[in-house]
Design a protein around this ligand. Structure first.
Ligand code: MN
Length: 175
């Protein structure tokens, strides 16, 4: 857990982005999705873990359709306060462009216990490259998988909505 790469990329005299994680609050782990209209439009998917936001850039954005497998490229950890950030990163700065909050809420692992144990489980899943989580946002709701792809530099993941038991039953009845 380190924000050094995050800080190295940015000039905080010029960008309005937050410098640090100020504090954790509440009993639930948070997630946020930011629509980032930088040189290439993408969506930043961020999960609170060990006092920072683990972050992935999702070019096409998350989807609620289980048939969509969305590429999610892991990027540097961001401070927790980034979850509240929206605004314009000025021209000439890293990630210059407009950031909007597209969705936010809480999340937990599929097999959840307490917040402390949740984080341990999530961190081990992150290491393994196989996360199974439940999102509780405005647009994104329900079970998702975040899976590291075998090839590439290890930063390429897939974000996939998991089918509900009803969707699974319909699929089985069709075959
Ligand atoms: Mn971004």
């Amino acid at each position: 857990m380190s924000l050094s790469l995050y800080k190295k990329k940015r000039n905080f005299k010029e960008t309005p982005e937050p410098l640090e994680s100020s504090s954790e609050d509440g009993n639930n782990l948070k997630f946020v999705v930011q629509k980032h209209n930088a040189s290439h439009l993408h969506y930043d998917f961020r999960l609170e873990m060990e006092g920072v936001l683990k972050s992935w850039a999702v070019p096409k954005g998350p989807s609620m359709n289980p048939a969509d497998k969305r590429l999610a490229v892991m990027v540097e950890d961001h401070p927790l306060d980034y979850g509240n950030f929206f605004g314009e990163i000025p021209e000439g700065n890293y990630g210059a462009g407009v950031v909007e909050i597209w969705d936010k809420g809480t999340y937990k692992p599929m097999k959840n216990q307490t917040k402390e144990n949740d984080e341990k489980l999530l961190l081990s899943q992150l290491k393994k490259g196989d996360m199974k989580i439940i999102l509780k946002g405005h647009y994104l709701k329900g079970a998702f998988a975040l899976v590291r792809m075998k090839y590439g530099k290890g930063n390429n993941w897939l974000l996939i909505k998991r089918r509900t038991s009803i969707q699974k039953m319909i699929l089985i009845s069709k075959t």
